[in-house]
Design a protein around this ligand. Structure first.
Ligand SMILES: [Zn+2]
Length: 115
C-alpha cells in the first residue's frame, strides 16, 4: 500500500465514522428533543459525542470500534495486515470496506465457523 492509498483509506474511514455518528446523533436528538447537535462549537461536539455514545446501538458501536481501531492501525503502520495470518489484505477489499482487519480467506473461514 502506498502513501496515497493509505491517505485515501484514512479519509474514507473518517468519513464513515462521521456518517455513523451523524446518523446516531440524529436519532438521539429526535428521541430526546434536544438541540445540542446544531451548535458547531467544540464543546457542543463533545457533548454530542457523549450523547451519541449512549444512544449507540450494538452494531453501530461495534462498527465505530472497528473504524477507530483501523485508524489506530494506520497510525501504527500495521493497517492492511490480516490480524490472523499476517498477510497483506487485498487493497480492493480495503477500499470497499476500510474497517476490515482480516483478509478474505480468514474472514470466510471465520464466517463459516471453521477456524
Ligand atoms: Zn488472513
Amino acid at each position: 500500500m502506498n502513501e496515497e492509498e493509505k491517505n485515501e483509506l484514512r479519509e474514507s474511514l473518517k468519513a464513515q465514522r462521521k456518517e455513523v455518528l451523524d446518523d446516531v446523533s440524529r436519532h438521539a436528538a429526535k428521541g430526546r428533543g434536544v438541540g445540542v447537535i446544531a451548535d458547531e462549537t467544540e464543546r457542543a461536539d463533545k457533548i454530542a459525542e457523549n450523547m451519541v455514545e449512549h444512544a449507540l446501538g450494538y452494531s453501530e458501536s461495534k462498527l465505530l470500534e472497528k473504524i477507530d481501531y483501523a485508524l489506530e492501525r494506520i497510525d501504527q503502520g500495521t493497517y492492511g495486515i490480516c490480524e490472523n495470518c499476517k498477510k497483506e489484505i487485498n487493497i480492493e477489499r480495503l477500499k470497499a470496506k476500510p474497517s476490515v482487519s482480516l483478509c478474505i480467506e480468514c474472514q470466510t473461514k471465520k464466517e463459516s465457523g471453521a477456524s
